[in-house]
Design a binder for this molecule. Structure first.
Ligand code: C5P
Length: 218
């Protein structure tokens, strides 16, 4: 059982989290939710009260917060300065602000370095995010770009959060736009990524396809 790094990128609501966790469990590997790291930093930024548009101040908060995140696919804790933020980071306030915080280059540099470190220590890990195959782990054993139609993504997210579909669709479109047009490490499909569209596929079918791809690659 050697090293194995799987990078799963894609827009919000594509099924990345569920697929990545299940794949990690089935491989006996660790799992890293990089979106949760950007969300936890955003939580700390909102708590500090600094102006979201002040990149310097945002980067300062990011550098000072004690962020911890587990890598167990069956349940991982996220804490910021000792506070369990698992619920808060999924809330509307953090979701509305996270793309702005994630666009700050110094914030990304900090988190990318931590993510690389965690990947090295884990050895076998499924990592999900926006820039994993392109920036964080360009030498990953398998790179997946998971996508789905905008309608399917909005329907899934609104079911998860018991939120209005139209409002969810608008929020996803806004975040996708910000995440894919920012200058620092935008959401991108790595040239060597396998593209999977989950609009018509169930979670189990996507996981099975990824396991097949890993077996084919030895
Ligand atoms: O995946 P999730 O929806 O939790 O990610 C929240 C936000 O964090 C994304 O909209 C994006 O702005 C940012 N993010 C990122 N790079 C990653 C993971 C997430 O910029 N690798």
């Amino acid at each position: 059982i050697g090293r194995c790094v799987v990078a799963v990128d894609g827009p919000s609501g594509s099924g990345k989290s569920t697929v990545s966790r299940r794949l990690a469990t089935s491989l006996g590997a660790r799992y890293l939710d990089t979106g949760a790291m950007y969300r936890a930093i955003t939580w700390a930024v909102l708590r500090s009260g600094v102006d979201l548009n002040d990149a310097h101040a945002v980067a300062k908060v990011a550098g000072e917060v004690d962020l911890r995140i587990g890598t167990d696919p069956e349940g991982y804790a996220v804490t910021a300065d000792g506070v369990n933020v698992e619920t808060d980071i999924r809330g509307a306030d953090v979701t509305a602000a996270v793309s702005a915080v994630a666009a700050v280059p110094a914030v990304r540099a900090l988190l990318v370095a931590r993510q690389r470190d965690m990947i090295d220590k884990a050895g076998r890990i499924v990592v999900e995010g926006r820039d994993i195959g392109s920036v964080v782990a360009p030498d990953a054993d398998l790179k997946v770009y998971l996508t789905a139609s905008a309608a399917a993504r909005a329907a899934r997210r609104s079911a998860e959060n018991a939120a209005d579909v139209a409002a969810t669709a608008a929020d996803l479109a806004r975040r996708d736009q910000l995440d894919s047009t920012r200058k620092a490490d935008p959401l991108a499909q790595a040239a060597d990524a396998v593209v999977l569209d989950s609009t018509e596929l169930g979670i189990d079918e996507v996981v099975a396809r990824l396991r097949e791809l890993l077996t084919e690659r030895g």
